[in-house]
Design a protein around this ligand. Structure first.
Ligand SMILES: O=C([O-])CC(=O)C(=O)O
Ligand SMILES: [Mg+2]
Length: 596
């Protein structure tokens, strides 16, 4: 965001910025600051002559080298993360130039997985506050606080908001979760070229149930347990109403909500606002991209797949829904397609007898009583509701424990003989050697995606899965993993992380000003990503590399905008869609700064 003293001008002579600021006010504005790259004329006009060393660098190059050396001087990933965000506080252009040049190296430090560590250690990390902090204890202040951001109705393309109940796979982090909104927006810019000065990170603080935070004197958020029910819904409504009023052109992105709220919010607003839930729709779609390529490489039909999903929360059911919808595109009825998907969670296989205990969106996948009656039950320990983030699932597990046990993942895999196994459980090492080998014994090329974030929560590592299946499995993961070398083949591990999908989707929505984000637009994005993966040679990744995020995102944006136009949802008339996407993209280059 630019200070109120600056204006961006885009005309025939390109992009430039005018400002009434002078001296230190220019250097202290990270959107204006160019450091040694201010020209002699700019220094004179802006009052910078005495404030900068005499050397004038006309390009980013020497600054990039200095910044990269400083980045490497930071001893740990967390320190590198802090360095990057301090650089952002100082010079937004240099931050993105460095990130883009070393995308594979720095993206995991700025974003997932290191952003998780930063959120857990927020008091060490917090520097200059960035974004808008909205709190449920002051619901009448929502619009005024959003207006404090200082932007006009034409100025904002995108808001990312989180209530931080389920950050990545690490749970409830209250107001510290502002960093997930900030991190997601950085990916929008680095990956797709969304203008970083036209976005707003938002935290919707409704309290936290994280005892550690509630007892931490340094905690920055609202010190109260999570508020639910009508007050919560009214607060979300106040946010959507204010955001639509103040920034009528913007898309509203939802990130890392608890699964019930995530679903409810999306169904409430999806038909009447330009809005998108990344963990349900973005994760579902990027996993679908990987699966489209994996299933094609197995040479089998979509209507024959048997899918086991371990972890039936926001991401797991989001993925199930995308797979079901794809099977329907291939000719199955919705109920037939749902029959080909088995959800397993704390209570084991989700079954129809669990009825009331299940969440409404899990129910279409619950298995019939006749089907499950003969299956073996494994004794298990109950989990006290107070000791879990998922009390409903824990209650069902306790009920099953009392009745002889659960139908566990190993039993489900042995019985169902899945062709596809997906992990969104946030519990590491659950895809054991026994389970993976039993799957591989029944399927020529098992498709196995351990997705839980951050890295240490993955259900198995790619090395384990490829070793246990003798290189036959098709693997994609949630966090980045190194290549695996096995029997003379190098396996590149595709990252089925929503970072490859939502930035391009968002750009397509922004360019077309789509009035809503339709399932067709999301499917178009999934297909566009799949189409960017490398050719199907042995060991080739199922997904495009994150090194090519800019290209992937541009292709996605074009397909999404075209779909919006075809469906009559575009509010901006677009002639040449490719050109419109290209024109809209922001690049980290210095532009002239004029004193006015
Ligand atoms: O942020 C990521 O890397 C993926 C994601 O949305 C999550 O795990 O919640
Ligand atoms: Mg997320």
């Amino acid at each position: 965001m630019f200070s109120r003293q600056a204006k961006v001008i885009k005309d025939g002579s390109g992009r430039r910025i005018t400002t009434t600021a002078r001296g230190y006010d220019v250097l202290r504005d990270p959107a204006l600051n160019k450091g040694t790259a201010f020209t002699k004329a700019e220094r004179a006009a802006l009052g910078l002559d005495g404030l900068l060393p005499p050397v004038v660098t006309t390009e980013l190059e020497p600054q990039l080298e200095r910044a990269y050396a400083a980045y490497h001087a930071a001893p740990t990933d967390l320190q590198k993360h802090i360095y990057m965000w301090r650089l952002h506080d100082n010079n937004v252009t240099l931050f993105y130039a460095l990130l883009q040049r070393h995308m594979l190296e720095i993206l995991p430090v700025v974003y997932d997985p290191v952003v998780g560590e930063a959120i857990e250690n927020y008091s060490e990390v917090m520097t200059r506050p960035r974004g808008v902090f909205l709190s449920i204890d002051e619901p009448q202040q929502v619009e005024a606080k959003l207006a404090d951001f200082g932007a006009g109705p034409e100025d904002i393309d995108l808001l990312v908001a989180s209530d931080a109940e389920e950050i990545l796979g690490i749970g409830d982090w209250g107001s510290n979760g502002i960093d997930i909104s900030i991190g997601k927006l950085a990916v929008y810019t680095a990956a797709a070229g969304i203008d970083p000065h036209r976005v707003v990170p938002v935290i919707l603080d409704v309290g936290t149930n994280n005892e550690k935070l509630l007892n931490d004197p340094m905690y920055i958020g609202y010190r109260h347990s999570r508020i639910r029910g009508k007050a919560y819904d009214d607060f979300i409504d106040a946010y959507v109403t204010a955001a639509k009023k103040l920034f009528p052109k913007a898309m509203l992105h939802w990130e890392d909500f608890g699964s019930t709220n995530a679903r409810r919010i999306l169904s409430r607003y999806r038909d009447n606002a330009s809005t998108f839930n990344d963990d349900m729709q973005g994760t579902g779609a990027i996993v679908l991209s990987g699966l489209l390529n994996a299933v094609e490489r197995t040479g089998t039909a979509w209507t024959e797949q048997r899918v086991v999903i371990f972890g039936s929360g926001t991401a797991g059911v989001g993925i199930a829904d995308q797979i079901r919808d794809l099977m329907v595109r291939h000719g199955l009825k919705p109920e037939e397609a749902a029959r080909r998907i088995w959800l397993v969670d704390l209570p084991g296989l989700l079954t129809a007898e669990m009825k009331e205990g299940l969440l409404d969106y899990q129910r279409p996948y619950a298995r019939d009583e006749q089907e499950v009656a003969p299956l073996q039950r494994t004794p298990c320990e109950p989990i006290p509701a107070a000791e879990t983030r998922w009390p409903k699932m824990a209650a069902l597990r306790s009920a099953a424990a009392a009745k002889g046990g659960i139908i566990d993942l190993a039993t489900v895999v042995a019985t169902v003989k899945p062709t596809i196994l997906i992990g969104t459980s946030t519990t590491p090492q659950q895809f054991t050697e026994k389970i993976v080998r039993s799957m591989a014994a029944a399927t020529e090329h098992p498709i196995i995606f351990p997705l839980s974030n951050p890295t240490e929560l993955h259900e198995a590592t790619p090395t384990q899965i490829l070793t246990w299946t003798n290189g036959k499995a098709f693997v994609a993961t949630g966090a980045p993993f190194d290549d695996v070398k096995l029997n003379g083949v190098t396996y590149a591990i595709g990252q089925a992380n929503n970072a490859a999908l939502y930035p391009g989707l968002g750009l397509g929505v922004v360019v077309s000003r789509a009035s809503m984000v339709s399932d067709e637009m999301i499917f178009a994005a999934a297909q566009a990503v799949a189409g960017q993966a490398p050719a199907a040679t042995p060991g080739a990744s199922l997904l495009p590399s994150n090194a090519d995020l800019r290209t992937t995102s541009s292709m996605v944006a074009v397909e999404v905008a075209r779909t919006a136009i075809r469906q009559g949802l575009a509010r901006e008339p677009l002639g040449d869609v490719v050109e419109a996407v290209r024109q809209s993209q922001w690049w980290p280059v210095y532009v002239p700064v004029e004193a006015v």
